[in-house]
Design a binder for this molecule. Structure first.
Ligand code: MG
Length: 257
C-alpha cells in the first residue's frame, strides 16, 4: 500500500494513493504505518491536493558509498562498514517542492536513493528483526553541494542546506528493498540507472548498524546511498528520481533569489 500526506483547504491529511486517486484515512502517517485497521474518510484527486513530505523525521541518516557499481565507477575499494552522516530535519521538502541552489555554491549534485522509513523506535536492532521496525520505503534525493563537501573536512555543510533532502511522494509498505530498479532523470535525460540489489549493505543491515549507533525514532528516514551516474544540476533543471514499486519524486532547482 502507498501512503501519503497531503494538504487541502489548509488541512493536513493522510491518505492511500492509488494511481491518481487518494483515499483519505483517519489518523497520522505513523498511525497508518503501524495500524492494521484503516478508517476511510474521503476521496480526492492527486491534482487537487498539495503533496507533503510523507513523514517529518527527527533526522535523516545517510550512508556514503553503498553501491558496488558506484564503487567500481569511482575505482574505490568496497567499505567494510557503512559511512554515516546526517541531514537535518530542516532540509526536508516534499514532492513538487523547489530545491534551492545556494548562493556561494558552484556544484550542486543529485543522488538518487531508496529511503527507509522507520515506524517504531529502533535501538540495538538485529538485522533479522529489522523489518519489524521499517514502516515502508520512500524516495530520497541526497542533494549535495559537492564543492563544499570537497572543501570541508566533514560533510555537514555540504549535505544540510535547506531543501537538500527531498523525500516522497509516498511510503510503500509492501516492497522488497533488495531488488528494485532505481533511476534518475535530469530534465528528461536518464543519468542514473541501477538496481538496489547492488547495495553493499542492504536495508536490514543498515537498520542494524545505525540503530547500534543511535536510536532511530518513528518517522526517521535512512538514505541508503546512490548508484553510479552522479552529476550536477543547474537552476531550472527538473530532477526526477524513480524507484520501481514506489513511484517518482520530482523537484525543480530554483535560484536562491
Ligand atoms: Mg548519498
Amino acid at each position: 500500500m502507498k501512503f501519503l500526506r497531503f494538504k487541502i483547504n489548509g488541512k493536513e491529511k493522510t491518505g492511500i494513493l492509488n494511481g491518481d486517486s487518494i483515499t483519505e484515512i483517519k489518523g497520522s502517517m505513523l498511525e497508518a504505518l503501524n495500524s492494521r485497521q484503516l478508517e476511510k474518510t474521503g476521496n480526492f484527486k492527486i491534482e487537487d491536493v498539495k503533496v507533503l513530505p510523507p513523514v517529518s523525521p527527527s533526522k535523516v541518516v545517510c550512508v556514503g558509498l553503498n553501491y558496488r557499481d558506484h564503487a567500481k565507477e569511482l575505482d574505490m575499494k568496497l567499505p567494510t562498514e557503512p559511512t554515516l552522516f546526517i541531514k537535518p530535519s530542516t532540509a526536508v521538502v516534499g514532492y513538487g517542492d523547489n530545491v534551492v541552489y545556494p548562493e556561494g555554491s558552484t556544484q550542486l549534485d543529485y543522488e538518487a536513493e531508496l529511503g527507509i522509513v522507520i515506524s517504531k523506535e529502533a535501538h540495538h536492532v538485529k538485522e533479522e528483526d529489522a523489518a519489524d521496525f521499517i514502516g515502508g520505503y520512500t524516495i530520497l534525493n541526497d542533494v549535495t553541494a559537492r564543492d563544499k563537501q570537497r572543501k570541508d573536512i566533514q560533510w555537514t555543510r555540504a549535505k544540510s542546506y535547506d531543501t537538500f533532502a527531498p523525500i516522497g511522494p509516498c511510503v510503500e509498505t509492501e516492497l522488497d528493498p533488495t531488488n528494485q530498479n532505481i533511476s534518475l532523470k535530469l530534465s528528461g535525460k536518464l543519468r542514473q540507472d541501477s538496481n538496489t540489489k547492488h547495495m553493499i549493505f542492504n536495508a536490514y543491515k543498515l537498520v542494524e548498524f545505525i540503530s547500534n549507533v543511535m536510536t532511530l525514532k518513528p518517522g526517521d528516514v535512512i538514505g541508503t546511498g546512490t548508484p553510479p551516474g552522479v552529476g550536477s544540476m543547474k537552476v531550472g533543471d527538473i530532477v526526477e528520481v524513480s524507484i520501481e514499486g514506489i513511484g517518482t519524486l520530482k523537484n525543480v532547482i530554483k535560484a536562491q533569489k
